[in-house]
Design a protein around this ligand. Structure first.
Ligand SMILES: Cc1ncc(COP(=O)(O)O)c(C=O)c1O
Length: 443
């Protein structure tokens, strides 16, 4: 920033500037999540001050004990010495299939339920295979805003993508917008997260039906990222086998891959395990170009025997036992996994009020015809400030987040993640926001 450095901010602004310089990014708004993590950690170390850290979606809760216990038991049975099945241990495949039936009311055979090293590996494998099915369809479509690392995966693979911000295209408008891309004939898959990271908007069944119908019409694969499965807390999705169910495109098309992460719902991020659920039809679908390209018959075999085999040769054996046990307990109605993570929504409600009281706005504030729900993330803007500028200034006030620009959003603002902020920091957050509002009055 060109202006002189503000004095008397909670964090020494000269140190902030020095550390930003050391980061070597063109602008702070372009820094990746991990770069902001590194920056804030180094400012904290240099100043001894603690930030309100909202940049990274780390689960702020302990891991689900059922998983930890099952994993320890599996290790004691020496599973560590054996290579796991690449397509997953049988009990995990079966419990995943049951979980999808009981919490989504959809049918996916255990065969198509395949563990990956986090949903990150699941999206990588999905993009790679979807991009290898048909020669002329070489582009993925991102319904943004979205999780920035998935675009980094495309960059690493050298694959093409197009994207649009869904902000102005909710409801029936979504059809025409998506169709304008599909009609060109180059799109192989569509990816979105639901609930959405970063905006926390949730597509409803009507929108998912539109997406499913378009997938059928244009023969496109849908990659539905359910990293926040069941976490639209406006609905109670916690009882197995009883509606309402997690909304899904799987009700409207059979050309889908669902990505179910254990990181947030079970606070199991450290063990790096998620599930791909590939529809029965897609798993067995034969694409002539895929056979030519990867020397394998069928989408599912390409994922398992080519991509996952090449990348990681399966997913940690003990973590598979953990996830199988957590799904089983949820399926049997013995473990209400949603009750555990509701805390995120409750914290978001309080934190949003603190921001709103101090001149901030919620950028993605509505979800179709209702206010956006409270969950793992929310989006904030400040009148008259671009996202990058706001992030830069908030760093002086001991508050960190990531720029919305990084998520493919066309809006100015930031993504705030509630998970790493403890309730004991709320008073500090309130004081820092009051000072910020005082120092930058809204004209
Ligand atoms: C939308 C979305 N997809 C995928 C992931 C990554 O999940 P995993 O930890 O299972 O790799 C995240 C994590 O923040 C996410 O927000």
């Amino acid at each position: 920033m060109k202006q002189s450095l503000p004095l008397n901010t909670p964090i020494n602004s000269a140190i902030v500037e020095l550390k930003i310089k050391e980061l070597k990014v063109p602008t702070i708004g372009e820094a990746s999540i991990r770069e902001i993590v590194q920056l804030v950690t180094s400012i904290e170390a240099a100043t001894g001050e603690q930030y309100i850290r909202m940049e990274m979606g780390i689960p702020g809760l302990p891991p689900t004990q059922i998983g930890v216990d099952a994993e320890i038991a599996a290790l004691k049975k020496n599973v560590a010495s054996a290579y796991p099945r690449i397509d997953g241990i049988q009990s995990l495949k079966e419990e995943t299939s049951r979980f999808l039936k009981l919490f989504m009311n959809i049918d996916v055979l255990p065969e198509g339920c395949v563990p990956t090293v986090g949903s990150m590996e699941g999206s990588y494998a999905s993009f790679l295979v979807a991009g290898s099915c048909t020669k002329e369809r070489d582009t993925a479509l991102f319904v943004d805003p979205g999780f920035p690392v998935q675009k980094q995966q495309m960059l690493v693979m050298g694959q093409k993508y197009e994207s649009f911000d869904v902000f102005d295209f909710r409801g029936e408008k979504l059809r025409e917008k998506i169709e304008s891309y599909l009609a060109k004939g180059n799109i192989n898959c569509i990816i979105y997260s639901n609930p959405n990271n970063p905006a926390w908007i949730c597509f409803d069944e009507n929108e998912l039906q539109i997406i499913g119908e378009l997938a059928n019409k244009y023969d496109v694969i849908i990659i539905e990222d359910l990293a926040y499965f069941g976490m639209d807390f406006r609905l109670d999705l916690s009882t197995p086998g009883v509606p309402p169910y997690q909304a899904t495109v799987a009700r409207y098309t059979d050309k889908y891959v669902l990505l179910v992460s254990s990181s947030k719902v079970f606070s199991y991020a450290g063990q790096r395990i998620g599930m791909m659920a590939i529809s029965d039809a897609l798993y067995n679908r034969h694409y002539p170009y895929l056979e030519e390209r990867l020397k394998v018959i069928g989408f599912g075999n390409a994922v398992v025997h080519r991509v996952l085999y090449s990348m990681t040769s399966g997913t940690s054996h003990s973590a598979q036992y953990a996830l199988a046990a957590m799904f089983k307990a949820a399926n049997d109605g013995q473990f209400n996994f949603i009750a555990d993570v509701k805390e995120y929504g409750e914290k978001a409600k309080i934190m949003k009020q603190l921001f709103l009281k101090n001149g901030f706005q919620i950028v993605y504030h509505t979800d179709l015809h209702q206010p956006v729900g409270d969950g793992f993330y929310f989006t904030i803007g400040y009148p008259g400030m671009k996202g990058s500028e706001l992030l830069h200034r908030l760093l002086y006030y001991g508050i960190s987040a990531i720029s919305l620009g990084n998520t493919g959003s066309s809006k100015e603002g930031l993504r705030a993640c509630v998970s790493s902020v403890s309730r004991s920091q709320f008073d500090t957050l309130a004081q820092r926001l009051e000072q910020f509002h005082h120092d930058f009055p809204i004209s």
